[in-house]
Design a protein around this ligand. Sequence first.
Ligand code: ZN
Length: 428
Amino acid sequence: MKNIAKVAFIVALVFFNGCKPAPLPYITEGDIGVYVSPVTILNSSHRSAVLSGVINNNNQELSLAGVYLSKTKEFTHYEAEISYQIAGVVVPSKDNIPVSVTVSNLLPDTRYYVKFYARISDKIKYGETISFKTLSLEEDDQSIIYDLPVIFHVIYDEPWNKVKNIPAEDLYAALESSNKMLNNTYKTKEGINTRIRLYPTPCDEKGVMLKEPGIFRIQNTQKVYDKDTFGSLKSTTKQMWDPNKVINIWTYAFDDKDASIIGQSYIGYTISTNPIGGLRYGDAYFNSAPGYGHGIQMSNRYIVNHETFSEALTHELGHYLGLYHTFTDEGCDVNNDYCDDTFAYDRQYYTKKFGVGNMLREECITHKLHKATNYMDYYTADFLGFSPDQIARMHHVLNNSPLVPGANKRAKTRSIQADLPIPEKRLM
Ligand SMILES: [Zn+2]
């Protein structure tokens, strides 16, 4: 009769719905000749955790076995306590029985204490207590790498012109530099690995392998474009690949009036069910394509300077993933970028006081001087990193929003229908 399940899974009985389980005063802790291991946390997220361990009942019949979970170390607060009862372990066996329990309905950003138990009649044996903390809503799984496919729409008129008809190796070098910035390969003090990586998408929209991965070349007779209208051109909208699957990056000749502009981008959206400051709801875009060319636009004249081009590309990607500038264009507003860990400064005041060649910035409220190091600043700065709050915003967009490829949970919001929220916002 060795039909005992090798792994004893949970029969989830949750006493967590406001009812207070009655204390069981007649139960006493004692040695009942069984082994109950400590809990190992295999995985924990915002609202659930996977616990594992081993119970050996030493060939005895157990009355109950399970796991206690509480918000207090002493397991005193019954209202926060959950007892999961484990089936299979109660049947006599000589073997160690692996136990795996998934607990759900937990609160985000909360510390829980857990211990396994085994009971025979009125005696109970506990395993060692351990604790874990669920992720906060803005925090996400540190193991996720956001690998984002990109397609460059290279717009040119003269095929021989390498500034316009940019060679593949230049575009790949730009991506590689941006990835180094995003992953803090430079290991700067100010830098943090964003866990965001760009790669050239290998296939076209029909799934056919591209001759040059991540590159789609478009020859036009038009020599230059006005950056203010480029995104809403019918041709641009038509060129756009599904932004839910790939990041569209256009390279074209910006008009001479915009010679100093390296790039611009539409800012990312959030969703109504999980909003964050400063971003508009984009729920409708789960179901319908935007009526404009959503993506990043880069001025091709800067491709000759990879580092400048890549810094700007990294900056534009920041906008694309929901970031604002660290500065204000005029006046002091400390919540200008919805990040608490970047310092705000008035750019117009800076330009007048220091001049654009100066690395120093004067903080809005404290008037402290800072060296400019953030990717969401403008020239002249040492572009060295994003802040933790900025990274959390980008991850929020990647996890929730439409019009971004990656690990987003868009299935939840698929059914939402609404009119398209136009016009959209472009940032340089
Ligand atoms: Zn910008």
